[in-house]
Design a binder for this molecule. Structure first.
Ligand code: ZN
Length: 340
């Protein structure tokens, strides 16, 4: 009960990449970089196990950014001529590559880190990939001329990689869809169809992560504009409850999301964000247990998995490590408090 897990990304060590950045530059190249990525993956696996997480991830140590890390492996994308584009409903500008021809995978995307992690942990292993809607919101289209058509093309590539990850022994494949909280109408019209296409044929657990973003300034400003109650989830959860996705990862700690919206996910595992990634203040285990207690009013205990609100990539490494510890210890307290 209350098996702790995480949204996905973790900070990169200073010897691997620039720290405290969402789009960090690598510190080395070639074989040296490959080795550094593997070392960082193993380091975080150990730290996640020591913290006490039941489902661990590769910490996304092998990708520069959660969307572009996937796009780098796709043929038909021009990374040489990036353009500035407003993303997430023009919340902030990003320098994005362009789709210039038919999309095809160059080969495996996350094979190295998935197999490495699988060989070195007995815990359940999660690998995350960007969802189709979030991808099309983070790349410029110079070829398809139709957002949905392009999303479906990406979904096919995601599915190809997801099936291979499942064969590598991955237990949970998660699609990160922060764009679901921005284009709520599109979610019900085509977003979930695209997700279904991305997870088609999988037998492992499938998850979707929907949040209010990393703790970067643009997101903090955006959240201030959303008012006292954030009800975006209300528009998309009923459709997700009816979907074939097994798990929904959402934010809850220090959030203005009304917790009763979690009721709309009946029948799904709910990965409840009990760790705030936009604050450097480390939660106490008691605070984590309290947040679990609040969620428990709306989520059955066998469906509740304590998690982080979002990825931790831009955070300080030591703070992230201590937050993971608080997460697992808080889950332990919750088991004692609410277990009977
Ligand atoms: Zn997130």
């Amino acid at each position: 009960m209350f098996e702790p897990t995480l949204a996905g990304s973790l900070p990169k060590p200073s010897w691997l990449a620039e720290t405290h950045k969402l789009w960090p530059q690598w510190k080395s190249a070639g074989a040296e970089l490959t080795e550094a990525k593997a070392d960082a993956t193993l380091l975080w696996l150990k730290l996640q196990e020591d913290a006490g997480l039941d489902t661990v991830s590769d910490g996304e140590q092998s990708r520069q950014h959660f969307v572009h890390g996937f796009l780098e492996f796709v043929e038909g994308i021009d990374f040489e001529n990036k353009v500035t584009m407003g993303i997430r409903g023009n919340r902030y500008d990003a320098l994005v590559p362009q789709v210039v021809s038919e999309l095809r995978l160059k080969g495996r995307v996350h094979q190295a880190e998935a197999r490495l992690a699988r060989a070195h942990t007995q815990r359940k292993l999660k690998i995350t990939m960007p969802g189709p809607m979030t991808i099309v919101d983070t790349v410029a289209d110079n070829f398809y001329g139709d957002k949905v058509k392009m999303a479906m093309a990406f979904a096919d590539l995601l599915n190809q990689e997801a099936r291979a990850l499942e064969a590598d022994g991955v237990d949970v494949i998660q699609s990160d869809e922060p764009a679901f909280n921005v284009f709520m109408k599109d979610v019900t019209v085509w977003g979930i169809d695209a997700l279904h296409r991305a997870i088609d044929g999988l037998k492992c657990k499938t998850a979707v992560h929907i949040c209010y973003g990393y703790g970067i300034q643009a997101n903090i400003d955006w959240k201030k504009s959303l008012g006292d109650e954030w009800r975006q989830y209300e528009e998309i959860f009923p459709a997700l409850a009816a979907s074939r996705i097994d798990q929904v990862s959402l934010e809850c700690a220090n959030s203005h999301v009304p917790p009763d919206l979690m009721k709309l996910l009946a029948g799904k595992d709910v990965l409840v964000g009990v760790i705030d990634v936009a604050s450097n203040e480390v939660e106490t285990p008691e605070q984590v247990a309290d947040t679990i207690g609040r969620a428990l009013q709306f989520v059955p205990r066998e469906r509740l998995f304590p998690c982080t609100n979002c990825g931790m990539a831009p955070m300080d490494g030591e703070i992230a490590r201590r937050k993971l510890e608080a997460l697992a210890r808080g889950a332990q307290i919750a088991r004692e408090r609410y277990g009977k």
